[in-house]
Design a protein around this ligand. Structure first.
Ligand code: HCA
Ligand code: CU
Length: 378
């Protein structure tokens, strides 16, 4: 099953660079690539060497950085881009060509037969120049393309027998999981090639769509750290990890999960953004339990309200107690944590005091601690 043998292609250094506030210096790229490599992503996709002179130099630097991850670059479907990319020594080329009516009309102006001819020409050229190169061919805007057009293009490309992987791209974030499942399933069945999914998050389905792709047999998923990318980005690395972990921890056991918080912080710092409060795993509130009923159950057994264990990511849960929804189990646990011995009646009375005061204004943890210490006479 692909969920046992999928690879992550992290595109923070390509798609992520297209995020509104992202401009990575060479040393930042090396830091990001190094940490992703330590985390264990299998492949890193970098900006095309044709984008700018520095992009080309940085690509060469990262190719030669001795990372375990394979280094890919993303190019338009033309021989000149391919030639320049091959020259950098990258391990793989991700070639992309728009097939939706919108992109055929306004982006490159080519018809489907012309797209097939061009793709054939470029792929043959790469195979001749670089026999070992891993070649991926994607149709851009797959989910607004006509299905008959897509199949013509994909089958023609697959029939060349020179491509290692086909890519499916939800460029505008419009696809639903069932559509992704059907498209990936058809490609796997018809071509037997590896299939990659790249999904934008404009309508909030990027993680679900990536998961549907894997269920349908996709072998590779594109992510970026925190999901950064064009507009509001693509499948976030942490979100994909959360989704797969909750299906079966063994699916993500190959990754160094404790590095996820550092990865998210690194990108937040570099891009000068906050990690969203509701971010998967690393959001500030991801492991805060508040209502008294929740706190009681979590204190007895965290799995009552946690499907993800914070320890696996080097994080800690928090029981929030200084508010009107608090319960005495949480207050008692705090007293114990402070090493205070208080009888149950006292703890219940303190709980009532906290509730009354919190009806006017929530208490900080140190204010609750002060109440507990006062009651214990310490
Ligand atoms: C782009 C478009 C792309 C390509 C994805 C892919 C998309 O920015 O060039 O090559 O699989 O979303 O379609 O990112
Ligand atoms: Cu994209």
């Amino acid at each position: 099953m692909p969920l046992d043998r999928f690879s992550i292609i992290d595109s923070t250094l390509r798609e992520g660079e297209q995020f509104s506030t992202a401009t990575f210096s060479t040393s930042q790229k090396l830091e990001i690539a190094g940490l992703l490599d330590e985390f264990g992503v299998e492949m890193l996709e970098l900006t095309s060497p044709c984008a700018s002179p520095q992009s080309e130099a940085d690509l060469r630097t990262i190719v030669n950085a001795g990372l375990k991850a394979r280094i890919l670059t993303h190019i338009r479907c033309n021989k000149e881009d391919a030639r320049r990319a091959i020259d950098t020594g990258v391990h793989g080329l991700d070639i992309v060509m728009g097939t939706s009516p919108q992109l055929m009309q306004h982006s490159h102006g080519k018809t489907i037969p012309e797209i097939i001819d061009l793709a054939t020409d470029v792929i043959r050229f790469v195979r001749e120049q670089a026999p070992e190169m891993v070649i991926r061919f994607s149709t851009e805007d797959t989910f607004r393309s006509r299905e008959a057009d897509l199949l013509r293009v994909y089958l023609a490309v697959a029939d060349l027998g020179m491509v290692n992987r086909l890519g499916v791209a939800d460029t505008v974030g419009v696809a639903l999981p069932a559509q992704v499942y059907n498209m990936v399933h058809q490609l796997v069945r018809l071509t037997g090639l590896d299939v990659e999914f790249h999904g934008h998050n404009d309508s909030g389905c990027a993680i679900a769509n990536a998961c549907a792709a894997l269920e349908a047999g996709a072998t590779h998923i594109d992510t970026t750290i925190l999901g950064i990318g064009e507009r509001n980005g693509i499948t976030p690395l942490g979100g994909l990890i959360a989704r797969l972990y909750t299906l079966d921890r063994s699916y993500v056991a190959k990754y160094n999960l404790r590095l996820l918080p550092e990865l998210d912080r690194l990108i937040a710092t570099i891009c000068q953004i906050e990690i969203p409060f509701n971010n998967y795993i690393t959001g500030a509130s991801a492991f805060i339990h508040k209502a008294g009923i929740h706190a009681k159950a979590v204190l007895a057994d965290p799995t009552t309200y946690e499907i993800i264990s914070p320890d696996d990511f080097g994080l800690e849960r928090e029981i929030s107690i200084g508010h009107r929804l608090t319960g005495w189990n949480g207050i008692r646990q705090r007293a114990r944590a402070l090493g205070l011995t208080l009888d149950d009646n006292t703890l219940r009375a303190i709980t009532q005091t906290v509730k009354q005061r919190a009806d006017r204004q929530a208490l900080s943890l140190s204010e609750v601690d002060a109440l507990l210490r006062e009651a214990a006479g310490s």
